[in-house]
Design a protein around this ligand. Sequence first.
Ligand SMILES: [Zn+2]
Length: 337
Amino acid sequence: MADFELLKELTQAWGVSGRERRVREIILREIEGLVDECRVDNIGNVIALKRGRGGPEGKKIMLSAHMDEIGLQVKKIEADGRIRVHRVGWVWTAALYHDQVVFQNGTIGVVGCCGNIEEARNDAGKLYIDIGCTTKEDAEKYVKVGDYCGFVGPYYELQNGRVSAKSLDDRAGCFLLLEALKRNKGEGPNDVYYVFSVQEEVGCRGATTAAAQVAPDIGISVDVTPDHFYPCDLEGCNAVGDGISVTLGDPSAMMDEYLVDEMLSCCEEHGIRYQRGVMDRGGTDASSINLSGAGVRVAGIALVDRYPHSKCSVISKDDVLAGIELIDRYTHRTFVF
Ligand SMILES: [Zn+2]
């Protein structure tokens, strides 16, 4: 059984893109003593290797889940103490409005809007953050230009084994990697690199440098993908609770046919509940791995997520358990190419 307290801890850690230190500390603590090699690269990726038994059929597999979360950065502090921001990653302005945000130093603010939120559309420049100060001088004691803030989104258990929290994108992916790593005793043929990447939300940057170092034969992004069965602006057939999603469509990368077939077979053979995932918007770390070196075969594993990029995303624990099982089984397979 997976330790969902760890998922809770991961979601509650503060880690806007480029400032992933607290998430990294949890991950390093969890993998200590479990891997053959572990390093933190120059931009903050955690690259942990668990060797397989080797042999000619062994491949180098790179799994990538990102540590960072979306947020905002301060660009100006007004004379009346209001804080003006721009977006870090894709943040819907409506998902922030009349809600709290938290800065890296713990300062809490409330997000308001100059005019009607409906008129702001997705212009984060119309938003402001109120930290309780009414002069610029007072506000600058707590927050400075260049500081980052992220969502406040507690971890709650909902009905039917569903959980809600901020940053399930992609701390849930980090959790899948950690739990799969804990099961890996190095008995399979493959060397498995567990990469906890930085800066995915601003363009899959961490996976770029990680792939350059690992030079994998196979790259797998482990991320979230949207649910399509609630009133929203997305279209497709993926639903929370219908199993782990095997990515067939990702606008940022073409999934390798052989790897996808193997993944579907893996689910069938081991009775892992899965769904065929097609994302018609967005992207994942698979894109960066795919175009590294001379090109790398990629595939994707995703947790279906309701209300993505909000402070209260929803996923299913059963999907999480299926995802851990899939990663464990898949990384132990023999790949022939
Ligand atoms: Zn993500």
